[in-house]
Design a protein around this ligand. Structure first.
Ligand SMILES: NC(=O)c1ccc[n+]([C@@H]2O[C@H](COP(=O)([O-])OP(=O)(O)OC[C@H]3O[C@@H](n4cnc5c(N)ncnc54)[C@H](OP(=O)(O)O)[C@@H]3O)[C@@H](O)[C@H]2O)c1
Length: 336
C-alpha cells in the first residue's frame, strides 16, 4: 500500500512517499481503508520538528475517515463496509483526561497517523461517520471539530443567548462558529481578511472585526457588546491574543484555552479573571465519547464541515504548503 513517512527533514521535504505492506488487524482491531484525511495546524508544527527524536519514519496526520475493510478476532461492534473515523487519542475512550493518553495521539511522536491507504486501530478508538456526511467531510472532524465541541459544549455548556468569540477562520474557529449558530448563540469573529469575514458572516457571524486593521480588537469587541464582553472565547492565538481575550471575557465567562497560533506559553495577567468570576477551560482535543456526542449534535443540526480545498494523495506536500500560507477558510483535505 502507499503511505507517507516523515523522513527527518523539516518543511515540505520532510514528507516521503513510501510503499509498505498492508497491516493486518490483530485481536480487537479493525483495518480501515482510508478515504480522506485532513490537516491541522498541529501537523505543520510536527513537520517543522521532524528532525527531532521519535518522528522519523512515522506516518503523519491525526485525522482521517474511511471504510472498515477487515476485522480482527473478537470485534463485534463493526462490520466490513461500515463508515468510520478515527479518534485523535487512540486510548482516550471516555471519562476524564489522563496524561497517560498523550503518547496515543495519532500522527504524533509515538503513534503512526492516517496518511496511508490502510490503517489498523483498536475497535474502540473509532466512531461511526454521521449518515449525512461524506468521508471527505468526516475526515475534518477528529481534531478541530472535537476540540471545539469538547471545549465549548461538553465543558463550556454554550447555549442560546451566549456570545462566542472565535479567533481567525481556520478549522477549530469555524467549527466553533457553526456550533454557536446551531445553538442560537451570537458569534463574534476576528480575522486578518475582510473577504473571510464576509464568508464568516454567511455562517452566522454577527460582529466581524479585522484584527489587522483593528489591532485593539478587544476594545472594538467591548464597544460592540455594550461593555459586557463575551461569555465564551475560543482562545486560539496564545501569547499574541491571550491578554486581549482576558479583556474580552464577560462576567462569569469562559476562556477555552486551545491554541498556539502565535507561539507557546502565554503569560497572561490573570487579575481580571478573579474580578469577573470567569473560568479558563484547558482543552486537549477530546475522547471517543466527545466525538460520538459531537456526531449526534452534527446530525441533529445537519451541520456540514467547511472544506476549503481538496488535494489528491500525490499532492499531500502541496496541501501542507497551502495550510502554511494561512489563506484557507476552514479545512484542508487530502482525498485518497
Ligand atoms: N489544544 C488542543 O487540543 C488543540 C486542538 C486543535 C487545535 N489546536 C490549536 O488551535 C489553533 C488553531 O488550530 P487550527 O488547526 O484550527 O488552525 P488553522 O486551521 O491553521 O487556522 C489558522 C488561522 O488562524 C487565524 N490566525 C492566525 N493568527 C491569528 C491571530 N494572531 N489572531 C487571530 N487569528 C489568527 C488565521 O485566520 P484568518 O486568516 O481568518 O485571520 C489563520 O488562517 C492552533 O494553534 C492549534 O495548534 C489545539
Amino acid at each position: 500500500m502507499k503511505a507517507y513517512h516523515l523522513n527527518g527533514q523539516a518543511g515540505g521535504a520532510g514528507l516521503l512517499r513510501a510503499e509498505v505492506s498492508k497491516p493486518e488487524p490483530a485481536n480487537g482491531e479493525v483495518r480501515i481503508r482510508v478515504e480522506a484525511v485532513s490537516l491541522n495546524y498541529r501537523d505543520l508544527l510536527i513537520l517543522d520538528r521532524v528532525g527531532q527524536g521519535g518522528l522519523n519514519g512515522r506516518v503523519p496526520l491525526s485525522d482521517g475517515a474511511g471504510v472498515v475493510d477487515a476485522i480482527g478476532a473478537g470485534v463485534t461492534q463493526w462490520r466490513v463496509g461500515d463508515r468510520v473515523a478515527a479518534s485523535f487519542f487512540r486510548d482516550w475512550v471516555s471519562g476524564p483526561f489522563k496524561a497517560s493518553y498523550v503518547p496515543s495521539s495519532l500522527g504524533g511522536n509515538t503513534m503512526d497517523g492516517m496518511l496511508a491507504e490502510y490503517v489498523v486501530l483498536p475497535a474502540n478508538a473509532l466512531v461511526s461517520v454521521p449518515a449525512h456526511l461524506s468521508s471527505l467531510e468526516a475526515a475534518t472532524l477528529p481534531c478541530a471539530g472535537v476540540t471545539a465541541f469538547h471545549g465549548l459544549i461538553a465543558r463550556g455548556q454554550m447555549g442560546k443567548g451566549d456570545t462566542l468569540l472565535v479567533q481567525g477562520t481556520g478549522g477549530v474557529a469555524l467549527f466553533g462558529l457553526q456550533f454557536a449558530a446551531a445553538l442560537g448563540a451570537r458569534a463574534i469573529v476576528i480575522s486578518s481578511s475582510d473577504e473571510k469575514l464576509a464568508r464568516a458572516k454567511a455562517l452566522g457571524g454577527s460582529i466581524l472585526i479585522n484584527y489587522r486593521d483593528t489591532p485593539d480588537w478587544d476594545v472594538a469587541l467591548m464597544k460592540a457588546t455594550n461593555g459586557e464582553g463575551v461569555s465564551h472565547i475560543l482562545e486560539l492565538g496564545g501569547p499574541g491574543t491571550y491578554d486581549r481575550s482576558l479583556r474580552s471575557v464577560a462576567s462569569g465567562g469562559k476562556i477555552v484555552q486551545i491554541g498556539v497560533l502565535t507561539g507557546f506559553g502565554p503569560k497572561p495577567d490573570l487579575a481580571r479573571l478573579q474580578w469577573e468570576n470567569a473560568d479558563i477551560i484547558g482543552v486537549t482535543v477530546g475522547s471517543v465519547e466527545h466525538f460520538t456526542a459531537m456526531n449526534s449534535f452534527l446530525s441533529e443540526h445537519a451541520i456540514h464541515p467547511i472544506v476549503d480545498r481538496v488535494y489528491g494523495f500525490d499532492e499531500a506536500p502541496e496541501a501542507y504548503a497551502y495550510l502554511r500560507t494561512g489563506s484557507h477558510f476552514g479545512k484542508v483535505v487530502v482525498e485518497l
